[in-house]
Structures are given as structure tokens and as C-alpha cells.
Design a protein around this ligand. Structure first.
Ligand SMILES: [Zn+2]
Length: 147
């Protein structure tokens, strides 16, 4: 296993562990995410649903909100694992559009997104999943350099 593969495996394992905490009594679709900060620290999140559906939060955004609230604002990669609650992932769980936009707020085009179906892992760049995107620099600044 190469050092890169070991880092990916560590992140995927953290995403799977976070998935165990999913609160998804309505969809029964459990998602876990593990976000690696440039410091090397890993921040995890799971999806949290609410009876008033729009008040819920995706695992990916939960991980970002956790990291930013703890003072880290620059990131290198995120791993995402999801599927029916109580079962191992059986298909890829790509991030929703809102989560892609939140990634864009804090990450550059090279930010890596690791998706697993339980057998294989596919890796994408943020630019691949959110091409021609709108971000902080469209409002006159590049806050990535300031963070
Ligand atoms: Zn989402």
C-alpha cells in the first residue's frame, strides 16, 4: 500500500465509522463523511434528518461545519460513504449540489472527493464534480489565500 493509498484508506474508514452515527429515521439512508484539513486532522460528519425535512443536514456539510467551527478552513480531501442504514455501502454516494457548493466555498478545484461502493474507491476533483462554478472570488476576493 502506498502512502497515498494508506491516507485514502484511513479517510474511508473514518467516513464509514461516522456513518454509524447517522440520524436518518425518515430516509433510512445513512451517510458518513470524513474531511481532511490541511493540518492533517480529520473531521467527521453524518447526515442528521429532521421531521421538518429542510432543517436536516448532509454528512458532508456536517463535517465542514464541524471543521470550520473548530478553526480549520483549508482542506485537501473528503471521503463519503452512504447507503441503506444497517447495510454496508453497495453503490457510490456522490455529494448533493448544496454540499458541492459548500466544498467550493472552502476548497480549490484540486480538492479531492473519494467515493466508495464498498468494493472500489473512485476519486474525483471538485472541478470535475462542480465545473464552471461560482465561488468566493466571483464576489471580488479569494478567501482561500486568507484562510
Ligand atoms: Zn449534501
Amino acid at each position: 500500500m502506498t502512502p497515498r493509498e494508506a491516507l485514502a484508506a484511513e479517510l474511508l474508514q473514518a467516513a464509514d465509522a461516522a456513518r454509524q452515527n447517522s440520524y436518518s429515521p425518515y430516509s433510512h439512508f445513512a451517510v458518513g463523511a470524513a474531511l481532511r484539513g490541511k493540518s492533517g486532522r480529520i473531521y467527521t460528519g453524518c447526515n442528521v434528518e429532521c421531521a421538518a425535512y429542510p432543517a436536516g443536514c448532509c454528512a458532508e456539510r456536517a463535517a465542514f461545519l464541524r471543521a470550520v467551527s473548530e478553526g480549520e478552513c483549508s482542506f485537501t480531501e473528503i471521503a463519503i460513504a452512504g447507503g441503506p442504514a444497517g447495510e454496508p455501502p453497495s453503490s457510490l454516494c456522490p455529494p448533493c449540489g448544496i454540499c458541492r457548493q459548500v466544498m467550493r466555498e472552502f476548497c480549490g478545484p484540486e480538492f479531492r472527493i473519494l467515493l466508495t461502493d464498498g468494493r472500489k474507491t473512485l476519486e474525483y476533483s471538485l472541478e470535475e464534480l462542480l465545473p464552471l462554478s461560482f465561488g468566493p472570488e466571483n464576489l471580488g476576493g479569494d478567501c482561500h489565500e486568507e484562510l
